[in-house]
Design a protein around this ligand. Structure first.
Ligand SMILES: C[S@@+](CC[C@H](N)C(=O)[O-])C[C@H]1O[C@@H](n2cnc3c(N)ncnc32)[C@H](O)[C@@H]1O
Length: 206
């Protein structure tokens, strides 16, 4: 979904630089142990941070408009959690600045499906990306992927099998209420309201 640039965005982002980071901040990232790649408009991480005050969360979002909407949502949140930051950058650019084996969780929520064969390598679950996540996670750390997309789910199952360094669980029809360390995302809410099944892959670093 392409979002139009919001007239208020630049000013809001500029006045919330303590929460909303950008590429200028990569070499002084805050401490975090939970990372969402493609954090979109921020709902998932704001609720995760509120409910889990002993964890620290970073959301990485490449699209400026979605990032600015996340900052707006944060600003309008009651009881703002202090254990949360967003950064407007592609994951690939911040990866080198994240300490290896420092993360407990990496969340991939409703990642772009990149359906054309020639674009499959851009998928966030592609084995070359799983290798990056593996290097960032502590032993026992988890990569958690949710999607509504059947093709991306089936292909991602193969990527996890092929990569083979994670123990994995595939859940065809995932119910969010079964898991205490999870929240609904904006995309998920849309798909669930249409009655669509949500698939989930949990990969645990051996
Ligand atoms: C389909 S949206 C899902 C947003 C949100 N996770 C949700 O479930 O509502 C995927 C988001 O991932 C972002 N994204 C895709 N590749 C990315 C990357 N390499 N680094 C950071 N963000 C990325 C896109 O800009 C988009 O906002």
């Amino acid at each position: 979904m392409r979002l139009r640039k919001k007239p208020w965005a630049d000013q809001l982002v500029a006045s919330n630089r303590d929460i909303g980071l950008n590429l200028d901040d990569v070499d002084s990232l805050p401490t975090f142990n939970c990372l969402e790649i493609g954090s979109g408009c921020g709902l998932f991480l704001i609720n995760m941070a509120k409910k889990n005050p002993t964890s620290n969360f970073l959301g990485v979002e490449v699209a400026y408009n979605a990032f600015s909407l996340a900052i707006k949502k944060y600003v309008n949140t009651e009881d703002k959690p202090s254990n949360l930051h967003f950064i407007n950058a592609p994951f690939e650019k911040i990866y080198p600045y994240i300490e290896k084996e420092s993360l407990d969780y990496i969340f991939l929520n409703f990642s772009d499906p990149w359906p054309k064969k020639r674009h499959n390598k851009r998928r966030l679950t592609y084995p070359t990306n799983l290798e990056l996540y593996y290097s960032l996670l502590k032993k026992g750390g988890k990569v958690l992927f949710k999607t509504d997309n059947d093709v991306l789910y089936e292909d991602s199952k193969e990527y996890f099998k092929e990569f083979s360094k994670f123990e994995y669980i595939f859940i065809d029809d995932y119910k969010v209420e079964e898991n205490l360390f999870d929240e609904i995302t904006e995309y998920e809410s849309k798909f669930r309201s249409k009655g669509q099944s949500i698939h989930r892959i949990e990969g645990v670093k051996r």
